[in-house]
Design a binder for this molecule. Structure first.
Ligand code: ZN
Ligand code: ZN
Length: 893
């Protein structure tokens, strides 16, 4: 098989991916032996569109999954999507709005049908995009959070926790989005700094002895006040505690109470208490057994409780309340005031704390085994049953889970898992029947008129069960037995709370074991100038576009190479172009090797190490070392280091050195040619296996072309399932290893001297090695030819240091000797020295300026950590440059 002149990523990507899937290479088999490596994909929303976060996440998954599969693990990578309750419902609502229809016009059943239809049509898009990235998931096991099996798991968990007293219904204050008309969890509320006012309002005392001034940011909610509170030690108000005030704009009287939670320094020190519309007030109200009055309805309009303001929007009501207070002379003053405003993370509408009946999960209450859900999830990480990479994210996890409030799990949506609670319509039983199957009759009155609860569950309830529900739970399936707990979770830090912590709680509760052993938190992707990618900045990179432009392999390699634990990932076109150049370099190397295999037997006869030259044994040893390093780096989730190791070996050691060194033996014919051919193919084979997890497509394509020459017994059909290589024992003795080190050092020195002396790059030069007379020069015989070939040396003299330096030569020190290159005719040493000197001075100037900035405490206080790190790196770079230039100055003496 021949390779075309240039690599065509698109053709290779389509061809190989389809073939791998057709051959069922990614299909897991629980019956197979072998150590298990299992991963469930973080399910993207069905509404999702591939973004760089997914691309990064899937690339890192695929790197490790492909390596484990090749290492012989019983590997499962399970894909699927999330029904994404509120997000999907919003998408379909927008769609039907184009037909001038609302979901209420359609009714629940018809609307849900529309959503399913939407999902059948568009819901597979995101998974298709993941396949384009090369994701080696077991596509036959694809799951959906609303599919039948997963829905059964959701019902089962709900019923189980309800009967254990860990799920309950309560009338409480919750976050409400008046546009989405649903409850939201705290996590679905975003806080924005907002410029508002602090209104100071007079509340007259009922006994006519004066008034008390309260300060509030939300005057419209005063219609629901049920008390005024002051601090018990506030001298200003001590005499007023226990008195009643007349609530303006209403005809109600409310008490003045004392409560420790009041901040004496805020506003006037007296605050209104509105348990129906403020979380703190709700708690205060409970302590003082105050009434809870809701003055708004679910649409965010004022309710009957708001009296004359009934039917007004929140915004209009505020204006009218202020105007009316002013008219009655009760508005004391208005101060500008900044405060945090909660908005719905889905639609940006201001969230309203609302009283309503909702379902909650008790996270701190001990269950039957005496452990609370949050407590067990916290303990598992403290005990190391689950480990975070980087470790510092564990603190973030603890900060949240150790301070967790009960989770509001009900949503007033239509798209989702409907709560398995059934209400008797006849006897109005205060408690519903909670059961896995719909009961046929009411256990109290026997009526069959039962209505299922209208609410659905928060989307994160079903995704919290994902690691075991997808494996078949509650059935005791082979998959569940074999693949739970999963080995690793790779995810972004932004869903540690939403998802990771909830999977921990559910996994431990239902499976009695953590859902995953390791959690790797991916870096945040930023643009080339270090800015976060956001739609509003317009700097969002579309992964499909860059895959199209640079090839999927190059995109994958770049993302892996930039994944440094604990650092943001800065993506630039330069990096992508460099990865594409890397792919081309490998392609060209493969073409060179194939050209030199013309007429060679298939497979090539194996060549024993003892019949190989030093260069052959050296490159095989270097390859072994690289393989060992890559393996341990991927094991430690150091994706960047692993990619760098692969890159360094292929580009510098294999292409730059070995291919060059193989050119002579390839021409020589006979045993030397046979050995070089064998080593080129062997090296390429093992190197491609090491590269495959990062660049699956190009590696498979080249491997197929070289496969006929490979002499391994029982060779697999495709690279995707070929064994991952293991490093062997070094084939070099210590003396030989040091001989190759000397060869490389000498050749590099000759090449840099050649350019310093202004030789034409192809020019063959005269070189001199000066070394101690007693130095054993025998080893030189092993590599003298290599250095002469690669250093383009016409004549390499060896002289003892006792002899003076020959004239007209530039010299460089080596670790063990000194090497010189003759300058060309007419080379002006003085001019060259002056030029180097000038560069050296410039470099020192830069270095001083950067150093001064770096050391300046004023600058350091203001700059962000990344800028400081960048300057630090620049300083190191300049120091290295200074060293090179100083050395050159010496060399020109
Ligand atoms: Zn909303
Ligand atoms: Zn009944």
């Amino acid at each position: 098989m021949e390779l075309s002149k240039t690599f065509d990523p698109k053709a290779a990507e389509e061809h190989w991916f389809q073939l791998w899937v057709d051959r069922r290479y990614f299909k897991a088999d629980p019956k197979r032996s072998g150590e298990v490596f299992s991963i469930v994909i973080p399910p993207p929303n069905v509404t999702g569109q591939l973004h760089l976060g997914h691309a990064l996440n899937v690339t890192l998954h695929d790197v490790i999954v492909r390596m484990r599969r090749m290492q012989g693990y019983n590997t499962l990578w399970l894909p699927g999507t999330d029904h994404a309750g509120i997000a999907t419902q919003n998408v379909v609502e927008r769609e039907i709005a184009k037909e001038k229809v609302t979901r209420h016009d359609l009714g629940r059943e018809k609307f849900v049908e529309r959503v399913w239809h939407w999902r059948e049509t568009y819901g597979g898009k995101i998974l298709h995009q993941l396949r384009k990235l090369g994701a080696s998931c077991d596509w036959s096991r694809e799951r959906f959070t609303l599919d039948e099996g997963l829905s059964r798991a959701v019902t089962k968990v709900f019923v189980m926790l309800y009967h254990e007293g860990l799920i309950y219904r309560d009338y409480r204050l919750i976050n409400w989005c008046p546009r989405c008309e649903t409850a939201l969890s705290d996590l679905e509320v975003e806080h924005k700094e907002s410029k508002g006012n602090l209104w100071h309002i007079q509340y007259p005392l009922s006994d006519g002895s004066g008034s008390i001034i309260v300060a509030t940011t939300r005057p419209e909610t005063m219609l629901g006040d049920t008390a005024v509170a002051v601090h018990p030690e506030d001298e200003r108000y001590r005499a007023m505690v226990g008195k009643m005030v007349r609530l303006p704009l209403t005809n109600r009287e409310i008490p003045i109470i004392a409560d420790e939670s009041v901040d004496k320094s805020f506003g006037s020190g007296a605050v209104k208490i509105t348990p129906g519309h403020d979380f703190n007030d709700f708690e205060t109200g409970r302590r003082h057994k105050l009434a809870q009055i809701s003055v708004m309805d679910i649409h965010g309009r004022m309710s009957a409780e708001a009296g004359a303001y009934r039917g007004q929007t929140r915004e209009d009501c505020r204006k009218n309340v202020i105007a009316d207070l002013e008219g009655q002379g009760l508005l004391e003053k208005i101060e500008p005031h900044q405060h945090a405003l909660g908005v719905c993370s889905r639609c940006d509408t201001t969230v309203e704390p609302m009283l309503s009946y909702q379902w909650f999960m008790a996270v701190n209450k001990p269950g039957r085994n005496g452990e609370s859900l949050a407590g067990a999830a916290s303990k598992a990480v403290k005990d190391g049953a689950t480990k975070f990479f980087p470790k510092r994210w564990e603190n973030t996890y603890f900060a949240w889970i150790d301070n967790l409030q009960d989770w509001c799990i009900s949503r007033q949506l239509w798209w989702g898992h409907r709560i398995p609670a059934y209400w008797c319509q006849k006897c109005e039983r205060p408690e519903p029947v909670v059961a896995e199957e719909r009961p046929t009759s009411c256990p109290r009155c026997g009526s069959d008129d039962l209505k299922q609860d209208d609410d659905v569950l928060d989307t994160w309830f079903s995704s919290g069960l994902w690691p075991f529900s997808t494996l078949g739970w509650p059935e005791q399936t082979d998959d569940l037995e074999k693949y739970y707990p999963t080995s690793l979770l790779i995810t972004g830090f932004d869903i540690i709370f939403f998802w990771v912590a909830r999977m921990m709680m559910f996994g431990i509760k239902c499976m009695d074991d953590v859902p995953f052993r390791d959690v790797y938190i991916t870096p945040l992707v930023r643009d080339a100038s270090g800015k976060k990618m956001t739609k509003s900045r317009g700097n969002v990179v579309d992964p499909l576009e860059i895959m199209d432009k640079y090839g999927t392999d190059a995109v994958r390699f770049t993302l892996a190479q930039l994944s440094v634990q604990g650092r943001d990932l800065i993506l630039s076109d330069d990096r992508l172009a460099a990865s594409r150049a890397f792919a081309n370099k490998i392609w060209n190397a493969a073409r060179f090797v194939l050209m030199n295999l013309e007429g060679a037997p298939q497979p090539l006869p194996a060549v024993d190490s003892s019949k190989m030259g030093l260069a052959e044994r050296w490159i095989l040893s270097r390859l072994d070392a690289a393989i060992e390093k890559v393996t341990s780096e991927i094991n430690a989730y150091e994706f960047n280091n692993a990619a760098l190791t692969v890159y360094q070996f292929i580009w510098h050691e294999f292409c730059d050195w070995y291919i060059e060194l193989a050119k002579d033996p390839l021409k020589a014919g006979g045993e030397r040619q046979a050995a070089a051919r064998y080593v080129l193919v062997t090296c390429f084979d093992r190197m491609l296996r090491m590269l495959h997890p990062f660049m699956p497509f190009i590696s498979e394509e080249i491997w197929q072309a070289l496969r006929p020459y490979m002499s391994e017994a029982g060779l697999s059909d495709h690279l995707a399932v070929a064994p991952f290589p293991v490093g062997g024992e070094s084939r070099l003795g210590p003396e030989e290893a040091s001989a190759m080190d000397r060869c490389i050092e000498t050749t590099e020195a000759i090449n840099s001297l050649r350019s310093l002396a202004g030789h034409h790059p192809g020019q063959r030069v005269t070189a001199v090695l000066r070394h101690e007379a007693n130095d054993d020069a025998d080893h030189l015989g092993n590599w003298r030819d290599y250095a002469m070939t690669l250093g383009k040396v016409a004549d390499l003299k060896v002289v003892p240091t006792s002899e003076p330096r020959p004239p007209r030569m530039v010299f460089a020190p080596l670790n063990w000797a000194e090497v010189g290159v003759e300058a060309p005719e007419g080379f002006d040493f003085d001019k060259a020295r002056a030029s180097v000197k000038r560069k050296l001075e410039e470099t020192r100037g830069h270095l001083e300026r950067h150093q001064a900035r770096f050391d300046n405490p004023g600058f350091r206080a203001k700059a962000d950590a990344e800028t400081i790190a960048e300057i630090g790196e620049k300083i190191e770079e300049l120091k290295a440059q200074e060293k090179v230039l100083s050395a050159q100055l010496e060399q020109l003496k």
